[in-house]
Design a protein around this ligand. Structure first.
Ligand SMILES: NC(=O)C1=CN([C@@H]2O[C@H](COP(=O)(O)OP(=O)(O)OC[C@H]3O[C@@H](n4cnc5c(N)ncnc54)[C@H](OP(=O)(O)O)[C@@H]3O)[C@@H](O)[C@H]2O)C=CC1
Ligand SMILES: Nc1nc(=O)c2c([nH]1)NC[C@@H]1CN(c3ccc(C(=O)N[C@@H](CCC(=O)O)C(=O)O)cc3)C=[N+]21
Length: 292
C-alpha cells in the first residue's frame, strides 16, 4: 500500500506547535513575535501566497506586518525598507517575496536582511551556516520536505536521496539537509545525463524543477519516498489545475510513500515559516530555548 503523505495535517501540527510556543512567549515574557512580509508588484501567485502567510501568522498568535510596494519601486527603496525592518526591534522575521520585479537585484535585497531575522534562510550567512552544520535559520520548503520524509521513516541514515533541481531556494538547501540526515545525496539538474537512471537509484526522490509531471512512474524505485515540491498551474480539459513535477498517478503505483500536490509540501512551507519566526524571536530576544 502506498502512503499518501498528508502535508496539510502534518503542517497543521507544526503550526499548532508554533502557536503554543507563541502563547508561552507571550505569557512568560510579554512579547508578541512579529513577521514582516515585503511584496513588490502584482504577481498574482505571490499575492495569494502573501495572503496565506498573513492569515497563518495571525492565527498562530503572532503579529503580521505587510508591506506592499508598487511594481515600479526602485531597488534602493526596497533596500531602505529592509534596513528599516532590520532596525525595528519589534520585528522578528523579514520575508521578501520572490520573484522581485526584473529591475531589482534579489541577491542584493535578500542579503540586506539581518541574518537573525532571515526567516527564509536565504542570506549568505544562513546558507553558510547550513553548509557548515551550524545553528541558523533553514529555508522553509526544504525543511518542510525533510519533515514530511521523516514521517515515513524517522531514520533516513544511509538512504540514497536524489534531489532534482539545484536552486538556492529549494534544491541546494534540501540536499544539505538530507546530507545532515546522513543520506547519500545526488543532486540532479538540467545537465544531468540520463535523469531517469539517476532517479531509479533513489530511496528518497525529491523533485524541485518547475516542469509539470517531468518525473515518470517508471523513474521511481519500488517503495521509494517521493517528495514533490513542484507547484505548476496548468490547463487541463478546459480547467486550471495545480500539478507537481511528478506524474502522480503513475508514481503512486510504485512509490512506498508520496506527497500530493496540492496538500503536500506547499502547506509545510508556511508552517515552517511560522516555526522559523518563533525561533528567530526567541534567539534574538534572548528568551532561552523554545520547543517548536
Ligand atoms: N511547495 C513550495 O512551497 C514551493 C514550491 N516551489 C516550486 O518548486 C519548483 C522549483 O522551484 P525553484 O527551485 O524555485 O525553481 P528554479 O527554476 O529556480 O530551479 C529549477 C531547477 O530545476 C532544474 N531543471 C530545469 N529543467 C530540468 C530538467 N529538464 N531536468 C532536470 N532538472 C531541470 C534547473 O537546473 P539548472 O540549474 O541546470 O538550470 C534548476 O536547478 C517550482 O515548481 C516551484 O513553483 C518553489 C518554492 C516553494
Ligand atoms: N521569499 C520567498 N519564500 C518562499 O518560500 C517563496 C517565495 N519567496 N516565492 C514563491 C515560492 C512558492 N511558495 C509556496 C508557498 C506555499 C504554497 C502552498 O501553500 N501551496 C498549496 C496550494 C496553494 C494554491 O492553491 O495555490 C498546496 O500546495 O497545497 C505553495 C508555494 C513559497 N515560495
Amino acid at each position: 500500500m502506498t502512503t499518501i503523505i498528508d502535508g496539510k495535517a502534518i503542517a497543521a501540527s507544526v503550526r499548532e506547535k508554533a502557536a503554543s510556543a507563541v502563547a508561552d512567549i507571550k505569557s512568560r515574557h510579554g512579547v508578541q513575535p512579529a513577521l514582516a512580509v515585503v511584496l513588490v508588484g502584482e504577481d498574482p501567485a505571490s499575492q495569494v501566497y502573501v495572503r496565506n502567510k498573513h492569515v497563518a501568522t495571525e492565527k498562530s498568535g503572532m503579529r503580521s506586518i505587510e508591506h506592499k510596494l508598487p511594481e515600479n519601486t526602485s531597488e534602493d527603496d526596497v533596500v531602505a525598507l529592509v534596513r528599516k525592518l532590520n532596525d525595528d526591534d519589534e520585528v522578528d522575521g523579514i520575508l521578501v517575496q520572490l520573484p522581485l520585479p526584473k529591475h531589482i537585484s534579489s541577491d542584493r535585497v535578500i542579503n540586506e536582511i539581518h541574518p537573525d531575522k532571515d526567516v527564509d534562510g536565504l542570506t549568505e550567512v544562513n546558507a553558510g551556516r547550513l553548509i557548515l552544520g551550524k545553528e541558523g535559520l533553514v529555508p522553509c520548503t526544504p525543511q518542510g520536505s525533510v519533515i514530511l520524509a521523516k514521517t515515513v521513516t524517522e531514520n533516513l541514515s544511509g538512504l540514497n536521496a536524489v534531489v532534482v533541481g539545484r536552486s538556492i531556494l529549494v534544491g541546494k538547501p534540501l540536499a544539505m539537509l538530507l546530507l545532515a540526515e546522513n543520506c547519500t545525496v545526488t543532486m540532479a539538474h538540467s545537465r544531468t545525463k540520463d535523469l531517469a537512471a539517476v532517479c531509479r537509484e533513489a530511496d528518497i526522490l525529491c523533485a524541485a524543477v518547475g516542469i509539470p509531471r517531468l518525473i515518470k512512474g517508471d523513474w521511481v524505485k519500488k517503495g521509494a519516498i517521493v517528495i514533490d515540491v513542484g507547484i505548476n498551474r496548468i490547463e487541463e480539459s478546459g480547467k486550471m489545475r495545480l500539478v507537481g513535477d511528478v506524474d502522480y498517478d503513475a508514481a503512486a503505483e510504485v512509490a512506498g510513500a508520496i506527497t500530493p500536490v496540492p496538500g503536500g509540501v506547499g502547506p509545510m512551507t508556511i508552517a515552517c515559516l511560522l516555526r522559523n519566526t518563533v525561533l528567530a524571536a526567541a534567539r534574538r530576544r534572548g528568551l532561552g530555548k523554545v520547543e517548536v
